[in-house]
Design a binder for this molecule. Structure first.
Ligand code: CDM
Ligand code: ATP
Length: 287
């Protein structure tokens, strides 16, 4: 038996850090949504009580360090499953990019194996398991658009933003999320207006969304990697309606309302950056 699951990338429309907790994590308030750039996870039954991972590109670990492996191992252990599975990941989401590629692979693996192994877990139960793997995994289990709080694992669905194009541009560097959070001084940041962002989304107010894009990790990553600042400036110059770094970076996204403007932004960015994608926001009605 086999099963294929899509694992879409996320972007953070806003990301605020409220305080640093005693466990080393930051209490956050994030508005997250999915875009239609996705990895594909193929899960196939194999002989023996084991997990194998193969990835279509070389820079991703194919052992216990892979978050999809960790998802399968967690399910096997928690539900005492003595079956083997091969996980094949067709990677399209850039790695260590701030787009939650690994987290989404883990979420898709949890959902796929729940079906393949007939475990019968609810989405809430899968999201709780996901939180044990990483802070972004719970959101990736639900998908859609959501307010994420706690360390990112407490998820409250909100309406989808109005349909628009998203240009993603990733400079050729990887960023460590732990490193970026470590350099963040929560007492010296300008906070995001999360409620205003939720209001703009609920009212389908595209300009309001663009005006409230804010990510407190952006300054940290921009100071570490000036090329990210350059991409942000180019994206604004070529006419994206709203521009922000996603997660801990280094990917910068631009929201573009009209297709007529899309090609200008896309082609302009291609001159500066190899990894550029023109994708759509995924609205809940699309899934
Ligand atoms: C930057 C974001 O991707 C935005 O969506 C997330 O906040 C991070 O999600 P993630 O990559 O799944 O993060 P995790 O794998 O759980 O944590 C990686 C490291 O980031 C730091 N971390 C993460 C989440 C959080 N709320 N506070 C933190 O300080 C911690 O040092 C942690 O050891
Ligand atoms: N399935 C996977 N896909 C990509 N990277 C993975 C995967 N499993 C483990 N990793 C490791 O995780 C690291 C971060 O990769 P990932 O692409 O998930 O980062 P990210 O997009 O910045 O995540 P986030 O936005 O959640 O912080 C990589 O350097 C890689 O070694």
């Amino acid at each position: 038996m086999r099963c294929s699951v899509k694992a879409p990338a996320k972007i953070n429309l806003s990301l605020d850090a409220i305080r640093k907790r005693d466990d080393g994590f930051h209490e956050v308030e994030m508005i997250m949504t999915m875009v239609d750039l996705a990895d594909r996870i193929d899960l196939t039954d194999i002989e023996g009580d084991r997990i194998t991972v193969d990835v279509s590109e070389g820079f991703v670990p194919n052992d216990h360090r892979n978050l999809a492996y960790q998802a399968a191992a967690l399910l096997k252990k928690r539900y005492n499953i003595k079956r083997g599975v091969s996980i094949y990941i067709t990677k399209r989401i850039p790695v260590a990019a701030g787009l939650a590629g690994g987290s989404s692979d883990a979420a898709a693996t949890l959902k796929g194996l729940n079906q393949l192994w007939n475990i019968g877990l609810s989405l809430d139960e899968l999201a709780d398991l996901g939180a044990e793997i990483g802070s972004d995994v719970s959101f990736c289990v639900y998908g859609g658009t959501a307010l994420a709080t706690g360390r990112g694992e407490i998820i409250e669905a909100i309406p989808s933003p109005p349909s628009c194009w998203v240009i993603l541009a990733k400079p050729p560097i990887g960023v460590s999320t732990a490193d970026v959070y470590k350099r963040l001084n929560v007492n010296a940041i300008q906070h995001a207006n999360t409620q205003e962002m939720i209001r703009a989304i609920t009212n389908q107010n595209f300009k309001g969304i663009c005006d409230n894009l804010h990510n407190v990790l952006e300054t940290v990553t921009l100071d570490m990697h000036p090329e990210v600042r350059n991409i942000k400036e180019q994206m604004i110059r070529f006419g994206a309606d709203g521009v922000l770094m996603s997660g801990s970076g280094p990917t910068v996204f631009g929201l573009v309302e009209h297709e007529s403007r899309l090609h200008r932004v896309y082609n302009g960015l291609r001159g500066f950056c190899q990894d550029v994608f023109a994708v759509r926001l995924i609205r809940s009605s699309d899934t």
